[in-house]
Design a protein around this ligand. Structure first.
Ligand code: ZN
Length: 224
């Protein structure tokens, strides 16, 4: 079966920048599973996958315009260090800042005496990405997957599992969250409610390149 809209593809990939530095890769035996035709993958990768079938192996360079876009300078901001409280900041840490458009991950670029430069651009913004792709499997999407617009690995809807971090605000403006430790990664977290009622969270990548998020309801902070 060839890859086209309404197929579900399992693929393993390594993505590097043009200098050959590895930016991301799937783990052995844990391919990425995606429903094609619903913007689940970056545009350039979906285009490149089209027509391929199980067993194919190819590489493709995707330009920023069909990947994560160009760097937006206005998303790089200098903020007061005090908004991070006494959290031990390090360059490269990723925080999740609440915005009017929902949670936005921001990376710590530079730490100065009293301020911190944070960048809300996607880490791959402005980068041409070189994908080395192996197609592990291609199958027809189920009706349910087409309705949801995403793949259901092993037949389960990922958004119905408490596997990934999810959070929402209830009517009272309370912040609720659930998450699950995967048993192999560490979770680091820092929460600060600033005067504006903003909620900040940090993400860290472990050595495996896994992205972990930890949200905990902090009664003390809620009291502020
Ligand atoms: Zn679903």
């Amino acid at each position: 079966m060839k890859i086209s809209r309404n197929t579900v593809v399992s693929l393993s990939f390594t993505v590097t920048d043009l200098e050959g530095q590895v930016l991301d890769r799937t783990k052995p035996g844990e391919p990425m599973v995606a429903l094609i035709g619903y913007d689940n993958l970056i545009e350039g990768l979906e285009k490149a996958l089209d027509g391929h079938e199980k067993g194919d192996e190819f590489s493709v360079v995707v330009n920023p315009s069909e990947a994560y876009g160009e760097v937006n300078e206005s998303l790089i901001q200098e903020v007061d260090k005090s908004m991070f409280g006494d959290f031990a900041l390090e360059v490269g840490q990723v925080f999740e800042a609440e915005s009017t458009h929902g949670p936005v991950p921001v990376i710590v670029k530079e730490i100065k005496d009293n301020t911190v430069i944070v960048d809300a651009n996607h880490p791959f913004a402005g980068k041409a990405l070189n994908f080395l792709v192996v197609i592990d499997d291609v199958r027809e999407a189920t009706e349910e997957e087409k309705k949801h617009g995403h793949a259901h690995p092993d037949g389960h809807c990922p958004s119905e599992e408490h596997h990934h971090c999810c959070h929402h605000h209830d009517g009272d403006g309370e912040h609720h969250c659930c998450h699950k430790h995967d048993g192999e990664g560490e979770h680091h977290c820092c929460h600060e409610h600033d005067g504006e009622g903003e909620h900040h969270c940090c993400h860290e990548h472990d050595g495996e390149g896994e992205h972990h998020c930890c949200h905990e309801h902090d009664e003390e902070h809620e009291a502020h």
